[in-house]
Every structure is written in structure tokens, then in C-alpha cells.
Ligand binder design. Structure first.
Ligand SMILES: [Zn+2]
Length: 449
């Protein structure tokens, strides 16, 4: 017994919906009036804050008015067919449901039917309106998934709420993302070959040489928690490694064009297979490939296998982090000497003066075993990555030296800071090394060890 929805095109129902919406607008407007009482002069921010706090009531009421009028029949339906056996049953009751959308909340009383043969209950209105069984509807779920895939659940839930005014919890983020994860596969998520070619064409138009394709990979530790069994306490959380990659093209003025982004908790083998899927869709002869990663060897071997012509570049910002870590151990956090020492080392690295760096590290006489160990680790890390450190030529050739979103936040460090004091430091260190005697300059570098 199909029941057509009364269309909003019906002039009567349009007018009724409009008057309901006007009523909501009047009520909403009334609560703004006190803002101006007694000569008060609210600022734009005051007004905007009030609008943010209250727009959900207004828009929720408008949406409800439209639904009430357009689905009048469904809201008052007395008989409905069973979706399984098509027998007709009489309405048993109304079930109230709160629907939360990006534009506010409202409640609907949905007719409920029960098939005594199939033993199933059903709300026909839910099918017509495609209502989610969750409180937060599909529009919210879609946006929430986007932010939950980029940052930790709690952080993204807070961020989402502050920007949209819709309160969602981190559990909701977690569950929604998992639900998507269950059906999303890499093959579905990444663009197909023709779409990738189209994006390359677009970037190629604005660049003289072949566009650069950045393949950035990382392994990030993410907190994961086992699924809770019914009525049992959830087990302890644990940290697992999520491996992922991000591919993008670098166009004119450093503009980036996204190709694919994929992060998953998986082992090195699965990671390699996933990377091979995307590599197979890229016409590698049409791009210059930059491979960017931190130290982990399994990432490098997967990347060079999938992109044999790629130029491996040790992610400068990861590298800088390691250097700053040692500087802190040597001089103490926040000390000017620590900053200067780190910048000196990074400047040498940016000019591929690896031997100079290693000799500085060798000459240090650390105060403690702990510091000695840190220096040993840094030295090994740099040695292992020697072939991937060539930042000066990378820059000359137009390759990025750091990957992804962290690049912009560090721009200040590498462009401004390094150019300003870095060049000077390199000169200083070179001169010190040129003379055989341990001059006062070198003693500066050793100070505090
Ligand atoms: Zn039935």
C-alpha cells in the first residue's frame, strides 16, 4: 500500500510550511531583542555567537515544518504493508525520535507497525526520509568521518562541535569511522587512473618541467581499544602502529593537488601491497617522484620498490626533530645554545656536509651515558640516511624536503630561520674546522657537554 508523499510543490502545503517557518523565525527573532535592550550595543562577535548558539532551534524548526507538510500522510499513516510479506497491518503506536542534523535538532513522532507473521516492527517513514538509526543523521556522519580520519577521535569530536555547534562524542566518531572502515577499501577510496591523469594534466599546464609527485609515508602510533563485550568492562587500550601514505602533486608556487591519502593499522606487508595498488595507477613517466619518509627501513623498501625512479629524501622535519632532541639533551630545553647548535647542524646537513656533522658528533664528550646514547643514535640515524640527505640540490630542483601538512608549519624554520642565521653558522663552523687548533668557536660548540 504505497502512499505518495504530498509534494512541497503542492501550493497549499507550501503555504502551510511557510507559515510554520515564519512562526519559528518570529520566536527566534524575539530572543534576539534583549541583546539591544537598555541601549546595549552588541558587537558582530556578540551577534555571531548568539546566532551560533540559537540557529539550530530556528533551522531545526524550519526543517521540521517542511517535513511535517511534505510527509503529512506518512506521519499520520494508519495502515502499512509489511516490508517482508506485504500483508497490511494497522498502526500500533507512534515512536518519538530526535533527529540531529548539521542544521539543528527536531523530533518526529513516527508511526510504528508490527507484522505478527514475520515478527518484525517497522517505521515506513524512516525509509522514505532515509533516517539513520543513530541520533546524528547521515549529513553529520559524513562530515564527522572526514575529520575523524585526520585526527584523534577526542580532538576531532571537540573540533567538530566547536565549528558546527553539533555536540558529538568521541565514541560516535570512533563508531562512525569504524562503520565506514568496514566497507571502505583502498580500491574504492583512491581515484582511478583516468582521474589521476586528469589531475596530472592540470598541474602540468602550469609547470615547465614534469610535475613533482610527492609520496610521503609514515608510521604513526595510534591508541586503539578492543571492542567492549556486553556488560563487561572494556579492556585496556593499546598503541598500535598505523601505517599510511599520502600522495600529492606539487604545482606552481607550491600549490598541492591531492591524489590519495590512506592510513590503516596494518603490517609492513599489507602496507607494501596497498602502496603498490596506487603506484600501479600512476603513469610514472609523466611525473618526477619525490619519496619522503623518516627513518624506518620497511617504508623505504616499499617506496623504492613501488616507485623505482623516485628520489629518496629524508624528511627534513623529522630529521630536524632528532637533531633538536639531542641539542636539548646537551644544553637544556629552551636554551639559546641548544637552538644555535641545532641550527648549525641542520645547516651543515642542508649542504650535505655529513662528514663535518659526524666529526662534530664524534668530538662531543657527553656528561652522562644517557646523552652519549642519544648522540650515538643520532649519528647512526644520519649515517643510515646519508644517501637521502641532499636538501640543497632538492631545493634547486624544486623538490619538497618535508612531507604533507607539517611542511607549512615548519616553513618559518627552514626558509627564514635557516637562511638568516644558518648561512652564518655554516661559515663559522667551516672556519673552525679549517683551523687545526681548537679555537674558541669550537669550544662554544662544546660548551655544556
Ligand atoms: Zn510480514
Amino acid at each position: 500500500m504505497a502512499m505518495p508523499a504530498l509534494k512541497l510543490g503542492d501550493s497549499n502545503s507550501v503555504e502551510e510550511a511557510r507559515s510554520l517557518a515564519h512562526e519559528a523565525l518570529d520566536q527566534w527573532f524575539d530572543q534576539l531583542v534583549p541583546l539591544f535592550e537598555n541601549g546595549k550595543k552588541p558587537t558582530i562577535t556578540d551577534l555571531s555567537d548568539r546566532f551560533s548558539d540559537t540557529r539550530g532551534e530556528l533551522m531545526g524548526a524550519v526543517m521540521k515544518a517542511m517535513v511535517k507538510k511534505a510527509y503529512h500522510h506518512h506521519l499520520h499513516q494508519e495502515h502499512a504493508d509489511c516490508p517482508e510479506c506485504a500483508r497490511v497491518f494497522k498502526r500500533k503506536r507512534f515512536d518519538r525520535k530526535t533527529l540531529s542534523t548539521l542544521h539543528g535538532e527536531f523530533t518526529l513522532d513516527r508511526p510504528y507497525f508490527y507484522c505478527t507473521v514475520c515478527k518484525i516492527g517497522y517505521h515506513p517513514l524512516d525509509d522514505v526520509l532515509v533516517i539513520s538509526p543513530e541520533r546524528h543523521q547521515h549529513d553529520i556522519q559524513r562530515k564527522a568521518v572526514k575529520s575523524a580520519s585526520r585526527m584523534p577521535f577526542l580532538e576531532s569530536a571537540e573540533e567538530f562541535s566547536s565549528l558546527t555547534g553539533v555536540e558529538i562524542g568521541d565514541h560516535f566518531q570512533h563508531n562512525t569511522l569504524n562503520a565506514v572502515g568496514d566497507i571502505a577499501t583502498l580500491e574504492l577510496v583512491i581515484p582511478d587512473q583516468s582521474e589521476i591523469e586528469r589531475r596530472i594534466d592540470e598541474v602540468a599546464k602550469s609547470t615547465e618541467s614534469k610535475p613533482i609527485l610527492v609520496v610521503g609515508t609514515d608510521g604513526a602510533h595510534m591508541p586503539t581499544r578492543p571492542k567492549a563485550e556486553r556488560k563487561k568492562k572494556r579492556g585496556p587500550g593499546r598503541w598500535q602502529e598505523a601505517k599510511g601514505f599520502r600522495l600529492y602533486l606539487v604545482g606552481e608556487n607550491g600549490r598541492t593537488v591531492q591524489i590519495a591519502s590512506w592510513h590503516q593499522i596494518q603490517d609492513a606487508d599489507a602496507f607494501r601491497k596497498d602502496l603498490a595498488v596506487i603506484a600501479g595507477r600512476i603513469p610514472q613517466d609523466r611525473v618526477r617522484v619525490a619519496l619522503l619518509a623518516d627513518g624506518a627501513e620497511y617504508l623505504w623498501s616499499a617506496m623504492t620498490a613501488c616507485f623505482p625512479t623516485g628520489r629518496p629524501i629524508l624528511d627534513f622535519y623529522h630529521c630536524a626533530e632528532h637533531v633538536h632532541g639531542v641539542a636539548k639533551a646537551l644544553f637544556g630545553e629552551g636554551e639559546l645554545a641548544a637552538k644555535q647548535w641545532a641550527e648549525a647542524i641542520l645547516s651543515l646537513l642542508s649542504f650535505s656536509e655529513m662528514d663535518d656533522v659526524q666529526s662534530i658528533l664524534r668530538d662531543i664528550e657527553p656528561r652522562t651515558e644517557e646523552v652519549r646514547e642519544k648522540i650515538r643514535k643520532l649519528s647512526g640515524y644520519l649515517e643510515n640516511n646519508r644517501d637521502r640527505i641532499h636538501y640543497e640540490t632538492d631545493r634547486e630542483d624544486g623538490y619538497p624536503i618535508g612531507s604533507g601538512g607539517i611542511e607549512s608549519s615548519h616553513k618559518y624554520v627552514c626558509h627564514t630561520r635557516m637562511k638568516r642565521s644558518g648561512a652564518w653558522w655554516v661559515e663559522g663552523i667551516r672556519q673552525r674546522h679549517a683551523s687545526d687548533q681548537v679555537c674558541c668557536g669550537q669550544r662554544d660548540l662544546r660548551a655544556g657537554f
